[in-house]
Ligand binder design. Sequence first.
Ligand code: KIV
Length: 309
Amino acid sequence: MQVRHSSHSPMGDPSLMTRKKVTLTTLASMYRKGEPIAVLTAHDFPSAHVADAAGMDIILVGDSLAMVALGMPDTSEITLDDMILHCKSVARATSAAFIVGDLPMGSYEISPEQALASAIRLVKEGHVQAVKLEGGAEMAPTISKITRAGIPVLGHIGLTPQRQNALGGFRVQGKTVAGAQHVLQDALAVQEAGAFGMVVEAVPAEVAALITQKLSVPTIGIGAGNGCSGQVLVQVDMTGHFPPGRFLPKFVKQYGNVWAESLKAIETYKTEVKSRAYPAAEHTYPISKEVLEAFEATTSAEGGNHGKS
Ligand code: KIV
């Protein structure tokens, strides 16, 4: 095995993972058996690597990465090129999970043709296996165009964050009879258009459960209760990879505290750098006494301490 004297080393070989590749057939079979589908977002190689290793069925390269990975104020700024870059890095890390990439705002609303062109780029350049797009009945012709070209589509109904301005913010959807009927009509239209499933976001649990029962494709809930066919969360939310005090929606369960772990490690590193406890002898490369003495002899004529006290 090659020994590398550099931190520029690969992050392990995802192909060494032994889990079987998840396909649309796998997902359909899970759905038929009533086995919940576990979905998590990832936005780069490390976050996809760990999600795949943990056994996620679907990894979603959601456009939420605009906010949680790129620090943008919302998802409207992120471009198709940005998404492709992130999808590529996720695909390099993922050997088993089915990868879905989000079509960002502006890349699919103008026409079904525009949407298909964008979906093709996400598959060809981003190496995803399916695309997700937001919207209900009004997006049916678009979903149909993409799926007829052989690209699987995951719908996204209920709260559609890309339309937060039109929705008056990040509001729970389907809370009135008319609202719930609207979400149901969207779900049926998205299914009819050929989507293999759909994310149902921020809808009362009972409404989402009823809609799930009316469908013959899986629903993936986020803030939509336990009656959906699967669940999705944003990885940084559920791993606690954010500073204290950040707002978290009610439906998020925080399973870890990555921020606290990282902070502790980095603060300890800083302390050890300042006290010269790091690097210790075991973190350095040896040199023979003879070579060192010979080297010192060549440098004895030169002065200066180069900043070291
Ligand atoms: O962008 C995203 O991460 C999503 C999930 C929240 C479903 O769409």
